[in-house]
Design a protein around this ligand. Structure first.
Ligand code: SF4
Ligand code: SF4
Length: 79
């Protein structure tokens, strides 16, 4: 399934609570165990970006408003 959306995590706000990881219905997200935020948390990041639908659930559940969701515009096709 082609990606319909993508997300950005503001690492200044992410506290690695994992709510977005567990609530994403398409298993797009995980904590990045190789990196630390400026506050010392492993930030959420996309591990399965092609599955992102842009549904926005991750941004809704994030208690720290760390996630911004973007949706791709549908291309118009010539008749
Ligand atoms: S927008 Fe939806 S599909 Fe994409 S990462 Fe967030 S919860 Fe998952
Ligand atoms: S819900 Fe927000 S604070 Fe929690 S891991 Fe995801 S981005 Fe970070």
């Amino acid at each position: 399934m082609p990606a319909k959306g993508y997300i950005e995590v503001n690492e200044l706000y992410c506290k690695a609570c994992e709510l977005c990881v567990t609530d994403c219905p398409f298993d797009v997200l995980a904590l990045d165990m190789d990196r630390l935020t400026p506050k010392g948390y492993h930030p959420a990041h996309m591990v399965n970006p092609e599955a992102c639908t842009g549904c926005g659930i991750c941004a809704t559940v994030c208690p720290d408003a760390a996630i911004t969701v973007y949706r791709y515009e549908r291309q118009k096709t010539e008749a």
